[in-house]
Design a protein around this ligand. Structure first.
Ligand SMILES: Cc1cc2nc3c(=O)[nH]c(=O)nc-3n(C[C@H](O)[C@H](O)[C@H](O)COP(=O)(O)OP(=O)(O)OC[C@H]3O[C@@H](n4cnc5c(N)ncnc54)[C@H](O)[C@@H]3O)c2cc1C
Length: 568
């Protein structure tokens, strides 16, 4: 029960506290669940047809990317004039966090050949392959904002794509991906992705990853949204955790230097456009560290914690767009920043897990999206943007969604169908993470459906690269979610964990090659920040915003108003 706080407890709070829950759901939701149960066996052998291209186009008008508002034009830098989400542009049009007076650039704390910023799958893979390509461990430095592995990578659930089955081909993987990306993908980079994919699976196996197999030893094959064959490799519903486990073990066995809780707050340049290092900042002590590096790889992940258009998110706390901001400060070109990926199936109930991911693999294993009347209304494996839009349509245009006690809307994902189609025990075997998450709230996903609504999931675009992760700026590479081009305007499931390892490896190899042949004396300056500030001023941008933001701020105005001065 909620405690009375004078008169502050609202009627709504009281009502919620008194609400009777049956198997985790309030009674009124149970009425709709009953309808889902009544139609379940009829729906077992029925799947709504996939949309035609015209139907896809129509429903996409409801996607948050297309809905009015939410975007504007960028007014400075190489991408001036491009349209992007306001939340991202606000960071690109913000003042740098530090100025020259804040740091002593002649006092170098670390001097390294290759600096890697961000230790998710992309950064950790890059470090291993730089070492594998001949750079000594002492000449590599991996730096982390949080702990090594506190990243989106370890949260990946569903799987990793690779065209390595007899009925599949690299060509097919390419076509599926470019179709899903609305034909905006960068062809040479996409080519590298699909070509290297089978090698990456073999590499993971060699490192000891336990990838799901059938009784006969064949890989378990799963569909992903927008794939024309079953192409996913999975490790139950914790694929990223398993992939990261073996990759981080390999990294640690090689004893590559790694520091934690030191976010990069600015890159350094030689004053003539080449990146020559970075300024790190200790999250706990506020101390700065200066790193000099011949080559720098940004592997800082995405921007899910910007909560674009107010959506909840699947992402970890460090996903605040830092890499895109840092790269833009030094003049790197971006691409496809106009599109954002909302995963169709984020948890919409209970409130404690709103926005958490429910892997697409649930749908590819038989779970069906259904409305409040128990009707199946969409092909379950449309590309993510189309699937998400059709959920929005069902809830907000057709009014066929279910409203939660806190006023959110969602549609049912009929998970009990999974065991009806695959046999008893399947959910425990394939989705232990999902079972645990809902068990905490007394919801048994084997028996009851779960309520879902789109959630902010992925940064489709980012820093433009060549097929080796090299950016338009000398001395700077990027790998993983921070990059743009490979997924075009909409990433397909299973192509991101793949992209982190393909381009992490490529960036590691490419920087190793670069540093071998590069012995120029490196100057460390913050000249680029001065130029950036000038551009902001010339564009008339007056703001007290500073970026990168490093962590999301969940303190509301009321909390900030009560803040004790000394901590401000
Ligand atoms: C819940 C969830 C499920 C997913 N499921 C799948 C799936 O099944 N298949 C698939 O292909 N993809 C999936 N994805 C997407 C995929 O996991 C990520 O896109 C990918 O792992 C990103 O890897 P990365 O190495 O680029 O970034 P991350 O793994 O996010 O790592 C980036 C690291 O950089 C750090 N960092 C950020 N800023 C700074 C800074 N300023 N200084 C230093 N360090 C910094 C971060 O803290 C983090 O540790 C999923 C994502 C989520 C969130």
């Amino acid at each position: 029960m909620l405690k009375e706080k004078g008169n502050q407890t609202s009627n709504k709070e009281k009502k919620m506290a008194e609400m009777k829950l049956i198997g985790g759901y309030p009674e009124y939701m149970r009425k709709s669940i009953k309808k889902v149960e009544e139609t379940r066996m009829k729906r077992k052998d029925y799947t709504p047809p996939a949309f035609t291209p015209e139907e896809q186009k129509e429903v996409l008008q409801l996607h948050p990317d297309f809905a009015p508002g939410g975007k504007r034009k960028l007014s400075i830098g190489p991408n001036k004039g491009d349209v992007g989400p306001i939340e991202v542009l606000d960071l690109l049009e913000a003042y740098p966090l530090i100025e020259e007076k804040d740091v002593n650039l002649s006092n170098i704390d670390f001097s390294t050949e290759i600096l890697i910023i961000g230790g998710g799958l992309a950064g950790t893979t890059a470090a291993i392959w730089a070492n594998e390509s001949g750079v000594k461990t002492k000449d590599i430095l991996l730096t982390n904002k949080l702990r090594h592995g506190d990243a989106n990578s370890i949260m990946a659930e569903g799987g990793t794509q690779a065209a390595d089955r007899p009925n599949d081909s690299l060509f097919r993987h390419y076509l599926d991906t470019i179709g899903g990306g609305h034909y905006a993908n960068k062809p040479d980079v996409l080519n590298a992705l699909v070509n290297d994919a089978p090698f990456i699976i073999q590499w993971l196996l060699k490192l000891g990853a336990i990838i799901d197999r059938e009784e006969n030893g064949d890989f378990v094959e799963k569909w992903g949204g927008g794939t024309s064959v079953r192409r996913l490799h999975s490790c139950r519903d914790y694929t990223g955790l398993e992939e990261f486990r073996v990759i981080r073990d390999e990294f640690r066995n090689r004893e590559i230097p790694c520091i934690e809780h030191y976010p990069t707050v600015e890159l350094l340049t030689n004053g003539k456009g080449r990146v020559t290092g970075a300024v790190l900042w200790n999250i706990e002590t506020g101390e700065y560290k200066i790193v000099k590096s011949k080559a720098t790889i940004l592997a800082t992940g995405g921007f899910g914690r910007l909560h674009i258009r107010g959506f909840p998110t699947t992402n970890h706390y460090g996903a605040t767009c830092d890499g895109v901001v840092l790269a833009y400060h030094v003049g790197a070109k971006l691409r496809d920043i106009d599109t954002v990926q909302y995963h169709p199936t984020g948890a919409a109930y209970p409130i404690q897990i709103v926005g958490y991911l429910l892997t697409e693999k649930l749908r590819s294993s038989g779970a069906q999206p259904v409305n409040k009347d128990g009707e199946a209304f969409v092909f379950p494996l449309e590309p993510r943007d189309v699937e998400a839009s059709s959920f929005i349509k069902e809830c907000y245009v057709k009014e066929k969604g279910i409203t939660t006690p806190t006023g959110l809307r969602g549609i049912w994902l009929d998970t009990p169908l999974i065991e009806i189609k695959n046999g008893d025990g399947y959910i425990d075997k394939a989705f232990p993470g999902m079972r645990r998450m809902y068990n905490r709230f007394d919801i048994d996903i084997r028996k009851d459906p779960v309520l879902v609504f789109p959630t902010l999931h992925y940064q489709n675009g980012g820093v433009e690269t060549d097929p080796w992760g090299k950016t338009s700026v000398e001395g700077l590479w990027v790998a993983g979610e921070v990059s743009g081009g490979v997924h075009g305007k909409n990433r397909l499931m299973g192509n991101s964990t793949l992209d982190t390892m393909v381009f992490g490896r490529r960036a590691g190899i490419s920087t190793a090659e670069y540093v071998k042949n590069n012995n120029t004396t490196l100057k460390l300056t913050l000249e680029h920040t001065k130029k950036y500030i000038k551009q902001l001023k010339d564009a008339g941008i007056k703001t007290d915003r500073r970026a990168p933001i490093l962590l999301p701020d969940y303190r509301g105005k009321a909390v900030l108003a009560r803040m004790i001065d000394v901590f401000q």
